[in-house]
Design a protein around this ligand. Sequence first.
Ligand SMILES: CC(C)(COP(=O)(O)OP(=O)(O)OC[C@H]1O[C@@H](n2cnc3c(N)ncnc32)[C@H](O)[C@@H]1OP(=O)(O)O)[C@@H](O)C(=O)NCCC(=O)NCCS
Length: 168
Amino acid sequence: MILLRALRAEDSNFMMEYINDDEISSNFKFTRYPFSQEGFSNFIEKSWSDNTNIHFAIEADEYAGTISLKNINKIDRTAEYAIVVRKKFWGTGIAKEATNHIIKYGFNTLNLEKIYLNVLTSNTRANKFYQKMGFNFEGTFKRHVYVEGKYEDLNWYCIFKKKDDKEN
Ligand SMILES: CC(C)(COP(=O)(O)OP(=O)(O)OC[C@H]1O[C@@H](n2cnc3c(N)ncnc32)[C@H](O)[C@@H]1OP(=O)(O)O)[C@@H](O)C(=O)NCCC(=O)NCCS
């Protein structure tokens, strides 16, 4: 059982794990340049007053990850979903639970019509996870991101508001 809560200053201690783990950091765009705990602290502080980019901590008796709806567009009613979970929580089902919560929040509270995401094609685990969560593959931007000395393809996925979400 998890809940989504606002980020707290002390969460930055755990976020450093993402930088120090190649398997995680190689999948992120922000880790392509030096990133410090201070960078995470600034990110957390900014999140408290940002209505365009909403970031939640996934709380599972301790900080377990961050889940976001970014670039919220109130005209198109779209937002970009993103998630990172601490490695000790991989395969536990909390990523799934948190994703179900934020999708409901996006459709029912923010009244979005479409939630989309992008992910490196090479990130097999995340691609599999998004497909499992019901995100539909929309296409690939070829050689779109420069990571660790080479260009990588980027996969795009989305999920649309369903009738059921409107009724919940
Ligand atoms: C992406 C993330 C949130 C998914 O959470 P998770 O708890 O690891 O996901 P799950 O274990 O529920 O699902 C992953 C699926 O991929 C599968 N998988 C893992 N490695 C795989 C591989 N190399 N090849 C094929 N499938 C693989 C797992 O078996 C699982 O599928 P299953 O449930 O059908 O067995 C988490 O791995 C994470 O935070 N990763 C680092 C950050 C990241 O890459 N974020 C995305 C950036 S866009």
